[in-house]
Design a protein around this ligand. Structure first.
Ligand SMILES: C[S@@+](CC[C@H](N)C(=O)[O-])C[C@H]1O[C@@H](n2cnc3c(N)ncnc32)[C@H](O)[C@@H]1O
Length: 218
């Protein structure tokens, strides 16, 4: 892969678009199985939960949340048109039974009422947030008092090894994410660091880690 290819990949990961965006969504599902399923486990969806996910990509793992209980409601918000269309296509059954809906929206300005969700989560999106203050305030606005916000990411020490992250990714260590949340009015409930099985990237086996930070709206 040359630098132009890495730059294109970074742009697709930030904002999937067109046919390449659909393929990027499918590639992300393969590379992000563990990080998604580990986050779903920590999210611990239960009867009556109203859950918001920011940046769900094509929503392939939504079923793993909704099959836990028929009263769980899930909303996915993503600013990529092609990802919202794919998420709707993949989750038709869950939309039709009234448990899921998907909206085209930027996390900086969410089209939702105040305090409508008791759990919010987001996986592999924080690297792309240009205005963290506005986004964290917006998530706080739509979260119920004492509601949970889960931010999942690959930590900085892993991300810096990837050749595409120099193109527009902001990377965070555990301490940096925790400080960011505290500065923006959340308290930290727990941070879980997970070692995943190795993954083949560009012909090489790479070590995969994830970090799941759970915060509470104060
Ligand atoms: C790298 S993909 C991650 C997809 C999935 N969460 C995963 O981990 O496999 C990032 C996703 O977040 C979305 N995204 C990035 N910034 C966003 C923002 N400010 N508001 C809404 N969606 C955003 C992108 O469109 C993309 O679908």
């Amino acid at each position: 892969m040359n630098e132009q290819t890495y730059q294109n990949l970074a742009a697709q990961l930030r904002h999937p678009s067109g046919e390449a965006g659909i393929q990027t969504g499918e590639w992300m599902n393969r590379g992000n199985v563990h990080i998604n399923l580990d986050t779903v486990e920590i999210l611990n969806a239960a009867a009556g939960d109203t859950i918001l996910e920011i940046g769900m990509g094509n929503g392939f793992f939504v079923k793993n949340i909704l099959q836990k209980h028929g009263s769980i409601k899930y909303t996915g918000a993503d600013f990529s048109e092609v990802m919202v269309a794919e998420a709707k296509r993949i989750n038709t059954e869950w939309i039709n039974n009234g448990q899921a809906n998907f909206v085209l929206a930027d996390a900086t300005a969410l089209p939702f009422a105040d305090a409508g969700f008791n759990k919010i989560f987001t996986i592999n999106t924080i690297y792309f947030w240009e205005d963290t203050v506005t986004i964290l305030a917006e998530l706080k606005r739509v979260l119920q008092p004492k509601g949970k916000l889960i931010i999942t990411l690959r930590p900085k020490r892993q991300m810096t090894n990837y050749p595409f992250t120099k193109y527009g990714f902001t990377m965070y260590s555990k301490e940096e994410v925790e400080q960011l949340l505290i500065k923006n009015g959340y308290s930290i409930l727990q941070s879980v660091e997970i070692q995943e099985p190795n993954f083949e990237l560009n012909g090489e086996m790479v070590k995969m880690e994830s970090l799941v930070v759970t915060a509470i709206k104060e």
